[in-house]
Design a protein around this ligand. Structure first.
Ligand code: ATP
Ligand code: MG
Length: 251
């Protein structure tokens, strides 16, 4: 469903290698979690998949479409929720949703269905008629989630979607992520909440310094040869062990 091959992205004229020869494959129908320390390269990777940042080299294929060769078709496959949104402050929530629905050619009936479902779910029925600049962080987040689902994308791409959401909204969002995958679609999201990743994800990748340290389901991660004490460890202890090993100076 999503193929990343040898992706490289540098900032500051090559001084910072945010993503370093990263390859990863996400299957259809999967909830895939992307975890890693601050500055590991998660947002940079997600922005490249969303078509917002251009990789220095490497390939991205979404639902069989190469992002470079078929940019419009590839981007249509994706519903992206960025980690922060400061744009379109002067629009009302509804104006923003209409704008996105127009961009993706969502028919009137489908828009209505989606709005009837998500606005009550996220308690936005009233606020949607206010300007976005009056929104709290969580309200912005929920508006972006709604916008990303309007065209029912095969790949749902979320950058730390649960940050700042109240418990109820967070519950609904997780439920929605599951439902999306049960329809045969795919979710790829970054998070720092390891309990969520552990419970929700079919597979997980740990990224550090722009490189993938480990990929797999929990059992596969536990069996990583770098983990001496294999067995029943939590994702948190796997994460800490792998990322600390990587940081430790060579002996
Ligand atoms: N616009 C930019 N200019 C220069 N360096 C950047 C820029 N954006 C990101 N970086 C650097 O690239 C690296 C990866 O950043 P990125 O935002 O992808 O990390 P992240 O895994 O999303 O971190 P976090 O968990 O804090 O969100 C970091 O070293 C960061 O400082
Ligand atoms: Mg980030």
């Amino acid at each position: 469903m999503l193929q990343l091959s040898n992706l490289v992205k540098s900032y500051s004229k090559g001084k910072i290698r945010a993503v370093d020869n990263l390859s990863l494959s996400v299957n259809k129908g999967e909830i895939f979690g992307f975890i890693g320390p601050n500055g590991a390269g998660k947002t940079t990777t997600l922005k490249m998949i969303a078509g917002i940042l251009r990789p220095d080299s490497g390939k991205i294929a979404i639902n069989g479409r190469d992002l470079k060769e078929e940019p419009l078709e590839a981007r249509r496959q994706v519903g992206y929720v960025p980690d922060s949104s400061t744009i379109y402050e002067r629009l009302t929530g509804m104006e923003y949703l209409r704008f996105i629905a127009d961009v993706y050619d969502v028919p009137e009936e489908k828009r209505k269905q989606a709005l009837d479902k998500y606005l009550p779910m996220f308690a936005l029925e009233k606020a949607v008629f206010d300007q976005i600049r009056s929104y709290s962080h969580g309200m912005r987040q929920k508006l972006m989630v709604t916008a990303a689902l309007l065209h029912n994308p095969p790949l749902w791409l979320l950058d730390e979607p649960l940050t700042g959401l109240d418990p109820k909204s967070s519950h609904f969002l997780k439920q929605e992520m599951r439902a999306h995958c049960q329809e045969g679609k795919t979710v790829f999201f970054s998070t720092h909440v390891l309990e969520v990743a552990e419970k929700l994800c079919d597979r997980i990748a740990i990224i550090h310094n722009g490189k993938i340290l480990a990929v797999g389901n929990l059992d596969e991660l536990r069996n990583d040869p770098l983990l001496k004490e294999s067995g029943d460890s939590s994702l948190e202890s796997i994460f800490l062990t792998l990322t600390e090993k990587e940081d430790a100076p060579e002996e």
